[in-house]
Design a protein around this ligand. Structure first.
Ligand code: NDP
Length: 477
């Protein structure tokens, strides 16, 4: 397809992609300052801040004590509900999710270790996009996620093999570690909020304390050269999730002397996800989360506690099921192969889809670099891409997966998410929680993003939507 007609850009990179004409426009500044109440405003975010931890504990009790069956009061009278909350939920949380010293050491030890690695490990330095609230300044990001990830794998293997720290201790202390993570989520949010107030770095404040606490006050909090938002987004949630699944697999091996295909499936699924985040870390500085979202409860809590301790239900459910029934969850060969194919196909589109757009965006930003991080999949970088040139100056990619759908990477992510549930069979809703929750997250993100892009690109966005009419799946939706 011919490139979209328009004015010829003055400078292009070696791949023929024009560089951003100017780093910032007046519209960028306007959109960056615009305050829109989302998530139901102050009331909605308060409900979420109380509801998320409560839901995590409710699910944990169901998983830990009831084989993943969702529990409810015997009677829905005031006394019945009170009895349920105090004796069924609270008593169990006190008993099994107490933040013991061991739990603190495991979780905070990892958090500290990962922060130190983020500080000291080698990696390329990549520039982010021009930040409107910093008068167009481009922040630099040390992308050492990959070297830190490989070192973490080596250190954890050594600790496990030498019995200094058995990785099975993670699942043995699951409830307590989750409580520490929840407490840390609130603590870090509060610290970041207070520091931004003291430093005067708050931005786009609504004036409502609860809403600002939830959305965050500061855009790019840093300790030295470590960007706390980027660190929290990829260095804590995904590795912790991976180690929870690995811990379940090792527990299975220790108790049964073998491992099953579904347990290996979850370790592979979580390995692929965490590895993708680390190997493509240099693509993150130009993403929406980095240049627009502030660092508040929504990102911090969800990354520190929500992601690792709710996305792991498939692994934990299968392990608990096996421990309580004495039978491991297994499936027929065709079903198992189907799910492996679904996972790997989803992963391929997810990896290359994100890579295609982010590399294209980095090419415009002049920050494109090539890395040999494993695995580099075919079609991850589009040669001579086609695009729509917008009046704003940015280009909208229309080749690769991006010529087929507007959110191909979301569809791929959802394919992986459903495979995480299906591998457990149909005995519990909890392994499907991630998929259901993720549909809500992604549809909300799509509507937020489409609205923002429509404002930002105006008629050009309409042209783009005509050129790429489907959002998730061609000819379906
Ligand atoms: P996107 O990757 O969808 O980025 C949206 C931005 O990309 C837009 O605002 C626009 O930015 C730019 N853009 C959109 N279309 C084009 C195009 N055709 N060409 C060039 N630029 C375009 O955002 P997300 O951060 O939501 O998703 C990234 C990945 O993270 C996805 O794979 C998603 O599934 C995953 N994710 C996972 C979560 C989890 O919990 N597992 C949670 C959230 C995301 P601009 O204004 O600069 O043009």
């Amino acid at each position: 397809m011919a490139k979209d007609a328009g004015k010829t850009a003055e400078k292009t990179n070696a791949n023929g992609v024009p560089l951003f004409k100017s780093d910032l426009t007046a519209l960028d500044v306007k959109l960056d300052n615009e305050i829109v109440y989302e998530f139901g405003g102050p009331l909605g975010v308060c409900a979420m801040m109380l509801g998320f931890p409560a839901l995590m504990y409710y699910f944990w009790v169901s998983l830990e004590y009831h084989q993943g069956k969702l529990i409810y009061p015997d009677s829905f009278t005031l006394d019945g509900v009170k009895d349920f909350v105090l004796n069924e939920l609270w008593a169990k949380v006190k008993e099994g999710a107490y933040p013991s010293l061991t739990a603190v050491k495991i979780y905070m030890g990892y958090v500290l270790f990962s922060f130190i690695l983020a500080y000291i490990m080698p990696g390329p330095v990549v520039e982010g996009l021009a930040i409107p609230s910093m008068k167009g300044k481009k922040l630099k990001y040390l992308c050492n996620g990959l070297s830190a990830w490989y070192l973490t794998l080596i250190v954890s293997a050594v600790l496990h093999v030498t019995h200094i720290f058995r990785l099975t201790e993670i699942i043995d202390n699951f409830g307590g570690i989750m409580t520490v993570a929840i407490m840390w989520g609130f603590t870090m949010t509060t610290l970041v909020y207070i520091c931004s107030m003291i430093n005067g770095t708050q931005h786009r404040m609504s004036g409502n304390f609860f809403y600002d606490y939830f959305m965050g006050a500061v855009l790019n909090p840093r300790i030295g050269h470590v960007d706390l938002k980027m660190w929290a987004e990829i260095r804590v949630p995904w590795p912790v999730l991976f180690y929870i699944s690995l811990s379940c697999l090792l527990k299975q091996y220790e108790t049964r002397g073998y491992v099953t295909a579904p347990a290996c499936f979850m370790v592979l699924a979580h390995f692929l996800y965490v590895n993708a985040c680390q190997k493509g870390e240099e693509c993150i500085p130009t993403s929406w989360d980095m240049f627009y979202e502030k660092d508040g409860f929504m990102l911090i809590f969800w990354n520190m506690a929500g992601v690792p301790f709710t996305y792991c239900y498939a692994s934990v459910y299968m392990m608990k099921y096996e421990l309580t029934t004495g039978t491991a969850i297994t499936h027929s060969l065709p079903y198992t192969i189907f799910l492996y194919v679904l996972l790997l196909t989803g992963y391929y589109v997810f990896d290359t889809g994100n890579s295609q757009k982010n590399r294209f965006r980095m090419e415009q930003n002049g920050s494109f670099i090539t890395r040999n991080a494993f695995p580099q999949l075919p079609w991850g970088h589009i040669k001579n891409p086609t695009y729509i040139r917008t009046e704003h100056g940015n280009l909208l990619l229309t080749s690769g997966w991006w010529g087929i759908a507007r959110k191909p990477h979301y569809t791929a992510d959802l394919m992986m998410a459903i495979s995480w549930g299906l591998i457990t069979g149909f005995g519990s809703f909890l392994p499907y929680f991630y998929f259901c929750f993720f549909i809500c997250v992604l549809t909300h993100r799509v509507s937020r993003d489409m609205e923002r892009c429509a404002k930002k690109y105006g008629k050009d966005w309409e042209r783009y939507c005509e050129r790429v009419p489907y959002i998730f799946v061609p000819y379906v939706f």
